[in-house]
Design a protein around this ligand. Sequence first.
Ligand code: PNS
Length: 170
Amino acid sequence: MRRAVCPGSFDPVTLGHLDIVGRASQLFDEVVVAVGVNPSKSRLFSDEERIAMLERACADFDNVTVSSFSGLLTEFCRREGIIAIVKGLRAVSDFDYELQMAQMNASLAAEVETVFIPTAPEYSFLASSLVKEVAGLGGDVSALVPDFVLQALVARLTSGDAAADEPGAP
Ligand code: PNS
């Protein structure tokens, strides 16, 4: 059983994330989409909300499950029997940081490989941070996120509330 992880903040999940998860699910027996929990970072959606959105978004993938982790990703991989970390690469600008993380993770756990999947061209500009900014300014992001995420975004951004468990979240 070859298990991989797609880690991220997923605040919120976008169609770009789901494209990578779907393609990773073709390459591995099992894919764990893992939400990185970091209490020092501000989020629009709480850990529970991000996990629930991912569970709904990934429901059609037979071999994909959703989990969360805090601390080192490599330790999560060891605990879960995960052999590969899958990351999407949008552009050269992603590469420097992702390579640095891949090499640091390799130094921490040489048995865990990092696999880069090139982002589909239609999602090459897509980032959760931009989706939040554009949606917050009234722009149309309906082509970039699942419908239920769009509804959650509009509800959250118009209410002005941040995630309950994230003090100071935008
Ligand atoms: O969606 P993001 O914000 O790019 O996700 C970043 C994430 C969660 C994948 C990254 O911050 C991470 O791997 N965090 C775990 C902490 C860790 O292992 N740090 C060392 C990596 S070199």
